[in-house]
Write a protein that binds this ligand. Sequence first.
Ligand code: DX5
Length: 230
Amino acid sequence: MPTPTRDIEIVPSILSADFARLGEQVREAEAAGADRIQVDVMDGRFVPNITIGWPVIEAIRPYCSIPIEAHLMISHPEPYIAEFARAGADYIIVHAETCPHLHRTIQQIRDLGKGVGVALNPSTPLVALEEVVEYIDLALVMTVNPGFGGQDFIYSMLPKLRRLRALLDERDLDVDIEVDGGIGLDTIAAAVDAGANLLVAGSAVYGRPEGVAEAIRGLRDAIEVGTGRS
Ligand code: DX5
């Protein structure tokens, strides 16, 4: 029995924000109706870029009341999960590719009272999730190869999203599907139509000339026009 239609949430990623005024940018996104904020943590090993760590979550925490997701694109996340939880992350997302003991890592995040997500890179098959999908709050399907903002959406991930939605519906699991990478006015409706309900957008929110509020409004309009859903 298909799960009820899930709330569609816009999740700005701060990777493309102005790091010199991050608190303001986060506040701006929340005021514009963003549902969550995603912080992209990169270590220069799992992905070819180095960004930020838990101190930035601590710094922006007072500026936003909506949930903060820590997207850990790092090689060995387990030793640092407690720090991200302490810093104020509400959800901690690890990559299946970096967790040889994924079942235990999920439990580690749960034991800290945080929401847990597992992310899959474009080349990682859904089977990597099958044994643990019932224990998570969200499954993140990367629609770019992680490391940088502003990349092109990988359309071949749409069938993967549909298969994941079907798997969750078939097992009647209450799990959100998040997509991250290349989400913008011309791709967001296709991602929702394929089954995603958490839409991470970095450059489509923070890299737009019309500003954050208009950008978020435009994304919601694109979803409504493209899918009839709001
Ligand atoms: C991995 C990062 C990016 C970022 C979103 O590279 O996770 O996907 O959050 O970047 P945009 O929305 O600009 O593709």
